[in-house]
Ligand binder design. Structure first.
Ligand code: 13P
Length: 266
């Protein structure tokens, strides 16, 4: 089946409030809302900027989704420094990234944590962009596929096929859980996975999803590639049959580049 591509920008810990508003406004000024007939577009600013960025897009009637970079699984309470699913819903997020390798690496996020976050998002009616990816040493040892597919199984453990495949976000929209394959060695390094390496892993991920949820659901779920995606390599990556879009860091911080990446999906 033809899956609708998704182009997502992960701003990471970049931009002050004013810079975030300017970046969102510049994206909006150069964005044609009809593009979203054929590509979903998502921006993930720091939590503190979710509300102002969404205000820019909503004011301009731009159908650009916003998502968080992280979320905690409890709905509220004494969890200093955390942000919950109801809070994200309240500022009109459709999703959250979970399990990014930077969170796993710097903040000790485990597969079990990722799974709890996926469940909390699902129960709250949001979808997860669940990140998976191997380090260079795991790849060099030949264990990349096994490692990444185990992360996929762990992230979506306990989900029913209809939960993975149909997460109701709004009355008129049904969105599905997403996997983002981001090889750690390609993040922020300028060293992109080759289209073949990325395709091979995304195909293995889809096979894993088929084993978990059935071929039909796996066929409908989107798998993104992330890791030094840019205007120079996006076309080749998107041409791969199992790559359904991108999760972009550095290049999403420049409005013109992000807009070009979106246009590459049209
Ligand atoms: P870069 O595009 O900067 O390599 O970052 C990728 C990433 O980690 C997106 O989540």
């Amino acid at each position: 089946m033809a899956r609708k591509p998704l182009m997502a920008g992960n701003w990471k810990m970049n931009n002050t409030y004013a810079e975030a508003v300017v970046l969102a406004q510049t994206i909006s000024n150069n964005f044609d809302k009809h593009w979203t007939d054929s590509v979903d577009v998502l921006v993930c600013p720091p939590s503190i900027d979710l509300k102002p960025v969404n205000t820019v897009f909503e004011f301009d009637h731009q159908p650009i989704q916003i998502g968080a970079q992280n979320v905690y699984w409890e709905p509220k309470g004494a969890f200093t420094g955390e942000v919950s699913v109801p809070m994200l819903k309240d500022v009109h997020c459709t999703c959250s990234i979970v399990g990014h390798s930077e969170r796993r690496g710097y903040f000790g996020e485990t597969n079990e944590d990722v799974n709890r976050k996926v469940r909390a998002l699902l129960d709250g009616g949001l979808y997860a962009v669940a990140c998976v990816g191997e380090s260079l040493s795991v790849r060099d040892e030949g264990g990349a596929e096994e490692f990444v597919c185990a992360q996929v199984r762990a992230a979506f453990a306990g989900l029913e096929p209809e939960e993975a495949g149909k997460c109701v976000v709004a009355e008129d929209k049904i969105r599905k859980m997403i996997i983002a394959y981001e090889p750690i060695w390609a993040i922020g390094t300028g060293r992109t996975a080759t289209p073949e390496q990325a395709q091979d892993m995304c195909a293995a991920i889809r096979t894993t999803l088929a084993d978990m949820f059935g071929a039909e659901t796996a066929d409908e779920m989107r798998i993104l590639y992330g890791g030094s995606m840019n205007v120079g390599n996006v076309e080749q990556l998107l041409a791969q049959p199992d790559i359904d879009g991108g999760l972009v860091g550095g290049a999403s911080l420049k409005a013109d580049q992000f807009v070009q990446l979106v246009k590459a999906c049209l």
